[in-house]
Design a protein around this ligand. Structure first.
Ligand code: SF4
Ligand code: SF4
Length: 497
């Protein structure tokens, strides 16, 4: 085949385009990470971040140590995922495995809550309360504590390895490890009695899974928070992508008001030529304080977790040079266009009350109300019945018909209770159990069911020979002041149809 340029046959006199040459070499798949050394900053958003960090870490580390008296038959840990006994305790609420829909409901609420927060205040979750953000922030403060602020850390990073640098790095990574270990250790406390597990853990008597879990969580916290940091947000986490799809022109984002800031120039230059320069003095402070190394002046980007620290930095600079605050600010795209066209700055509060946020809030509130209602009306006495299928009935020597059932009586209270099991319907039907005699067969029996337990009972129901196949009910009633009841309809099988 010829390598000559192709002729355009619709216009043969036109000269063929010159050969552009070989395709350029593809660039590297990933950019080499530039270390981020955020500078210390103070301001309203930084203080809010401190507050959220204290609250979230406080909840995480302290919750397993809160006690909650449930009586002698249940654990006294306020929040406990009791895998061995298949229970989830949360203060006054105890969730059984068959009530998993409560947990599912709470997870759905958490998901819709994230949508609600994103549509109201943008990526506030990422900026303030995501565990990756919180632990990265903790580790960045450790960096500052050990190595000094931004410039000192950059100098140390660039310095060759020597005894001093090795000692500093060793000290810093030891602190990282202690924090990571504490984080992993706190996690397992949610799955067993915290004081007991702590003693067992340090005396080598805890289950192997506890040691393995702590080791994995220590390693992941150490690596993700200590080293990968903003790369988790930029490359690994799917949530920024989902959020980007959820944001619209009415969503709050951190934005640089380029119509006000450009063209950038120093105070000196602007003093000489005020018409030419905008408010940005190109001091780079907004970039220096950014925990993800983003230059917000280049526009909204996935690396921006909307923490607002660049707003604190820029507001401080604006105050120093005597210009109005808000060159970088939380604003919606719609507001930006409005302001750029000469309109007034609009309050951000209106973004909270718009159809989208109200719809999310209504769904979130409706699920919450439904869960609370279900929690309020649920009984702590339940009954399930399983009919023996093979054989469905037995004929006794006197012609009576007998059906066998496995009845499970559930006592969801944290104390033992007597439960009365009764037959409803099925005239002349009587029952007895594995541990009572047929001669004592009656319409009801009473069983003591231990606290917080399900008791299976083999029940035999007998009826005269002329009884036809029909439905009847088992009813269980707690023999206490609550008199809680549950019933199950079952079928009595007979050869007489
Ligand atoms: S902090 Fe403000 S003034 Fe300084 S570079 Fe950033 S946007 Fe410009
Ligand atoms: S650009 Fe500003 S808001 Fe975005 S992550 Fe950096 S400091 Fe936070």
């Amino acid at each position: 085949m010829s390598d000559a340029p192709a002729i355009d046959w619709t216009n043969p006199s036109k000269k063929p385009a010159p050969d552009p040459g070989p395709d350029p070499e593809p660039g590297p798949l990933y950019a080499v990470r530039k270390a981020v050394h955020p500078q210390r900053i103070d301001g309203p958003f930084r203080r809010f971040k401190w507050l959220v960090m204290l609250i979230t870490l406080g909840i995480y580390y302290i919750t397993p140590w809160i006690r909650w008296d449930r009586g002698p038959f249940a654990p006294d840990q306020a929040v406990l995922v009791d895998l061995a006994n298949r229970r989830f305790y949360m203060f006054g609420v105890e969730i059984w495995p068959h009530e998993f829909y409560f947990v599912a409901g709470m997870l759905i609420m958490a998901g819709i809550g994230l949508f609600l927060v994103t549509s109201a205040v943008g990526r506030a979750w990422c900026g303030y309360s995501c565990p990756q953000t919180v632990w990265t922030d903790v580790f960045q403060h450790v960096d500052r504590f050990v190595d000094g602020d931004r410039n000192a850390r950059m100098r140390l990073d660039a310095a060759p390895w020597g005894p001093a640098k090795i000692a500093r790095r060793g000290f810093k990574w030891t602190i990282y490890l202690v924090i990571s270990f504490w984080t992993g250790g706190a996690w397992i406390m949610y799955f067993a009695d915290a004081p007991t597990l702590t003693v067992d853990f340090w005396t080598g008597q805890a289950a192997m899974v506890a040691y393995v879990t702590v080791a994995i969580l220590t390693a992941t916290t150490f690596i993700l928070g200590g080293f990968l940091r903003e790369q988790v947000c930029i490359y690994m986490c799917p949530w920024p992508r989902i959020q980007t799809a959820m944001l619209d022109e009415k969503s709050l984002i951190v934005t640089y008001k380029d119509w006000r800031g450009e063209q950038r120039g120093s105070v000196k230059k602007a003093a000489k030529n005020p018409e030419r320069y905008g408010d940005c003095i190109d001091c780079n402070q907004c970039v220096a304080v950014c925990p993800t190394g983003v230059d917000i002046r280049e526009g909204a980007q996935i690396g921006c977790i909307t923490c607002g620290l660049c707003i604190d930095a820029c507001d401080r600079v604006m105050a120093e040079v005597g210009r109005p605050r808000g060159l970088i600010d939380y604003a919606t795209l719609e507001d930006c266009e409005h302001e750029a066209a000469g309109g007034n700055v609009r309050s951000i509060w209106k973004t909270l009350f718009r159809p989208r946020t109200l719809i999310y809030f209504s769904i979130w509130g409706a699920i919450g109300a439904a869960l609370l209602f279900a929690l309020g009306v649920r009984t702590h006495t339940e009954l399930t019945v399983e009919h023996d299928r093979n054989p469905p009935f037995m004929l006794m020597s006197n012609g009576d018909v007998r059906n066998a059932f496995t009845v499970r009586i559930r006592n969801m209270e944290s104390r033992p209770r007597d439960m009365k099991l009764e037959i409803g319907g099925l005239p002349d039907g009587l029952m007895w159990t594995d541990d009572t005699a047929r001669a004592d067969a009656a319409r009801s029996i009473i069983r003591a069911v231990p606290a917080d337990a399900t008791q299976p009972v083999r029940v035999y129901v007998i009826a005269p020979s002329d009884t036809v196949t029909q439905n009847f009910t088992f009813t269980v009633t707690s023999q206490d002041e609550q008199s809680e009841q549950d019933a199950a309809e079952v079928r009595f099988e007979s050869p007489e149809n």
